[in-house]
Design a protein around this ligand. Sequence first.
Ligand code: FAD
Length: 318
Amino acid sequence: MAEVLVYVDHVDGAVRKPTLELLTLARRIGDPVAVHLGPGADEAAKTLGEYGAVKVLAAEAGEFADYLVVPKVDALQAAYDVVSPSAVLVPSSAEGKEIAARLAVRIGSGIITDAVDLEEGDEGPVATQSVFAAAFTTKSRVSKGTPVVTVKPNSTSPEAAPAAGAVEQLQVSFGEAATGTRIVSRTPRESTGRPELTEAAIVVSGGRGVNGAENFHIIEELADSLGAAVGASRAAVDAGWYPHSNQVGQTGKTVSPQLYVATGISGAIQHRAGMQTSKTIVAINKDAEAPIFDLVDYGIVGDLFEVVPKLTEEVKTR
Ligand code: FAD
């Protein structure tokens, strides 16, 4: 079976969930070969093997931490040269997309970004994307070179399928450009203890209906009872009630969780653009005519100040 390169997103060897999703999708089109850059490869290999990586190509060098993406592109290209894969899969983070795009240019291939599904077709892998503010779903395939595909988090559920996952060292020689831009400092974001918005399996968002920053704790409490991330509509962000880093939509983040709960959000097209591919959508809105109800799986017509605390209490009893 053809081998598929999977770029590993990890923090010091702790493999992040989007990579497990990539391995799950990669198995549909070939044998996954994971590319792990930086520390913790032996630790990561246990998880990567559990989710189907037939081997793990690992490289550790200070350049990965000290410089922007080019050293990682050099390494991924080295892995590409060793494996000659039938496809390359990369998580759809900002960094992942830059790495994927640079690799595609170097190897003269077409690229598909922000795929939400992947399957084998008659002429190679076929990727599904959600486009034009999620108004259309398209299926496309790369017609030139080895397909490079970035896949959005939460596009599929990770499924274990144990494989060897043996670590092999990858030899990387860095080009001149690799050390062109040095990272001067890193400032960790203050942790809320909640999952990262774009990776969370559940997102609870609040909109203008929340009616003030002082009321957002209602949304946070429901989110915490579900182990969810908190999102916000632009109206709530523009009003200064919640940070822009939590905005969902066309000019915010795109999320695709298993469950999206929209509270006090009308469902404008620009908001839908960021959440419409969620697997199950629940809305709580006091206006039965609100457009959000056109796309929900479950709708609750009611005042969020009554409904949300009751929901939180109920979830806590489970
Ligand atoms: P509203 O549309 O005002 O809706 C509030 C809802 O809350 C209403 O449906 C109301 O019935 C309900 N409500 C009120 N009180 C209660 C209550 N007590 N209980 C229950 N329900 C209640 N928007 C985004 O969200 N994300 C984006 O990224 C984004 N990008 C944009 C980009 C552009 C170029 C433009 C032009 C707009 C963009 N917008 C974006 C804005 C978008 O058009 C809407 O204005 C915005 O989404 C509305 O936010 P909202 O649903 O919270 O507010």
